[in-house]
Every structure is written in structure tokens, then in C-alpha cells.
Design a protein around this ligand. Structure first.
Ligand code: F6P
Length: 316
């Protein structure tokens, strides 16, 4: 038997741990392991290499992905995907483990429709795959965000300023709300909360009147222009305000313990699914339980708003 693995979409800390687990578990079961370089792009180009145990040595603790990643819009086209299928067939590869976000899952589900057995492992800092409680990379990105907000609070306090900070997450507010609660931020604005301009400005004005030395406003990306909001806050409340966009720093760094363990368990589980004859499944986790469901079903699961929003209301 032969299994290939790829990482696709935005890189996430812990992807390497998942690659390592896939390759080593496969070899453990006497299955040949292959690595596809640069996501679906490498699959289309035929950049597929045989991997041995040592090829995934010393990567468990490394951020990014040693396989490389890419976003490939053209993969939605049947004729482009056909090239990928042909390369897999030429090497007689029985299954492909894909590690990435929902775009990666969609690509994997489309390949399944063309007869390729694909498994999906959720790897993204956004935590926007509803079929799993947490995605690989989320907690590392969260730690990075908290660390940065703690630093912003130091300078915010010293200068008696309000700080507006934009976090990633695509269209999911989890990174913002988890970071907001864990850093003691006063206000969090995400798609799930909506942006209630008057309420936000009034809350900050009241804090200023009560001589609060600092305010942190966390804003999820795609919600609004944080620099314009900072100006508005300053004009309306009298609080000197600065805006910071954290950006890609959230995607890098050495993976947190949780991400390494989740990735290791999921990588092993994906290979065992293939060995046991499953076709087209997504690996999921809830609490300590690892399980799977068909990829299309996983893509259809609706995301629920985390109950952390209620905590923030009470303790911020
Ligand atoms: O999905 C991870 C992510 O970092 C999102 O949070 C962000 O919206 C997006 O990727 C940025 O994408 P790109 O790397 O293509 O600029």
C-alpha cells in the first residue's frame, strides 16, 4: 500500500507534527509514504517524493510546513484536478492525506468524486472547521496573539491609551474571542458579535470618564478598518488611540504542546482509517476523542458561536 501526504492553504503550526505522524505511522504498518510538495500545486505538477522515517526527523517542533503550501484557485477546474489524479495513478498511490482548512477539504472531496481516496486533517489557525472542536495551529496562534496583546497593554497602560488590535481568523471570530478573554481585553468585535458602533464608543467614553488608564479593543479581520476606528474612538472619547494589525506573525512559531499532540494523534488516525478501508473521511476531535466523518458531511457542519462571548460580557 502507498499513502501520500500534503499540506495546503495557510500554513499552521503543528502541520509538521501531522506530516511526521502520517509518514511514521504509515511506515510502522508497512505502508510506503510519499510527500507532495507545495500543496495541490505540487500534486498538479507531479512533485511527489518518497519519504522515509528520517525525512520527517527534527520537524515536530518546527512552525510552518516543511512540505510547503500554496493556494491554487485553478484546482476547482476538472482538467487541472485530472492532472493530479494522473500523477497519483502513475505512482499507484492508494490514498492521499490532506492537511489544511476548508478549501483543502473541498479540494479533497472533489478528488474523492474522481475516485481518489482522500483523508482530511484540519490544519488552520482560524479554527473555522466546525466538524472538529479545535484545528491544528489554533492554540499556537492564540498564544502568539495573547503574547502580543499583553505587550500592547504594557505600552497602552504606560501612555493611558486605547489600543485597537486586529487579529486573523478569516470569517471566524474564535481567535479574537479566545484571545480577548485570555488577555483581559475590554471589547471584542467579530462577525458573531457584529459591530455596534454606538455601544463600543459609549463603553470606551465611560471608561475614559472613570479614569481607566487603558482599553484594548480586539477586532477580527474583515470587520472594519482598524485605523479608521482608532481615529473615531479618539475623536469621540478623548482617549488617545493607536491601531495595530498583527498579521502573519500569528501563523508562525514553534507549535504549542496541544497542537503537537492533536496533530500527532490525527496523523496516526488518518493512516489507520486508510488501512481499515475508509474512503473520503475527515479526521475530527472533540475533547480527547478522535473520530471521523465523510468529508462532504464535515464541510456541511454548521459552526456554533463559542460560549466565551457570554463570559466576556460578564468579566471584561
Ligand atoms: O487561513 C489562515 C489565514 O491566515 C487567515 O486567517 C487569513 O484570512 C488568510 O489565511 C490569509 O491568507 P493569505 O496567506 O493567502 O494571505
Amino acid at each position: 500500500m502507498k499513502i501520500a501526504v500534503l499540506t495546503s492553504g495557510g500554513d499552521a503550526p503543528g502541520m509538521n507534527a501531522a506530516v511526521r505522524a502520517v509518514v511514521r505511522t504509515a511506515i510502522h504498518y508497512g505502508i510506503e509514504a510519499y510527500a507532495v510538495m507545495n500543496g495541490y500545486k505540487g500534486l498538479v505538477d507531479g512533485d511527489i517524493r518518497k519519504f522515509e522515517r528520517n525525512d520527517v526527523g527534527m520537524i515536530l517542533n518546527r512552525g510552518g510546513t516543511i512540505l510547503g503550501s500554496a493556494r491554487l484557485e485553478e484546482f476547482k477546474q476538472l482538467e487541472v484536478r485530472q492532472k493530479a489524479v494522473d500523477h497519483l495513478k502513475a505512482l499507484s498511490i492508494d490514498a492521499l492525506v490532506t492537511i489544511g482548512g476548508d478549501g483543502t477539504y473541498r479540494g479533497a472531496a472533489d478528488l474523492c468524486d474522481m475516485g481518489v481516496n482522500c483523508m482530511g486533517i484540519p490544519g488552520t489557525i482560524d479554527n473555522d472547521i466546525a466538524s472538529t472542536e479545535y484545528t491544528i495551529g489554533f492554540f499556537t496562534a492564540l498564544n502568539t496573539a495573547i503574547d502580543c496583546i499583553d505587550k500592547l497593554r504594557d505600552t497602552s497602560f504606560s501612555h493611558q491609551r486605547c489600543t485597537v488590535v486586529e487579529l486573523m481568523g478569516r470569517h471566524c471570530g474564535d481567535l479574537s474571542i479566545f484571545a480577548g478573554v485570555a488577555s483581559g481585553s475590554e471589547i471584542v468585535i467579530t462577525e458573531e458579535t457584529g459591530f455596534h458602533r454606538e455601544d463600543v464608543l459609549d463603553k470606551i467614553r465611560k471608561a475614559k470618564q472613570m479614569k481607566k488608564r487603558h482599553m484594548i479593543v480586539v477586532v477580527a479581520e474583515h470587520m472594519l478598518d482598524v485605523f479608521a476606528l482608532a481615529q473615531e474612538i479618539e475623536d469621540y472619547t478623548g482617549y488617545e488611540t493607536r491601531a495595530t494589525v498583527l498579521g502573519y506573525v500569528q501563523r508562525g512559531g514553534t507549535p504549542a504542546a496541544y497542537d503537537r499532540i492533536l496533530a500527532s494523534k490525527m496523523g496516526t488516525y488518518a493512516v489507520e482509517l486508510v488501512r481499515d478501508g475508509a474512503f473520503g473521511h475527515a479526521v475530527c476531535a472533540r475533547g480527547i476523542e478522535i473520530f471521523s466523518m465523510p468529508l462532504r458531511e464535515a464541510l456541511a457542519v454548521k459552526r456554533k458561536r463559542t460560549d466565551l462571548y457570554e463570559y466576556l460580557e460578564k468579566i471584561s
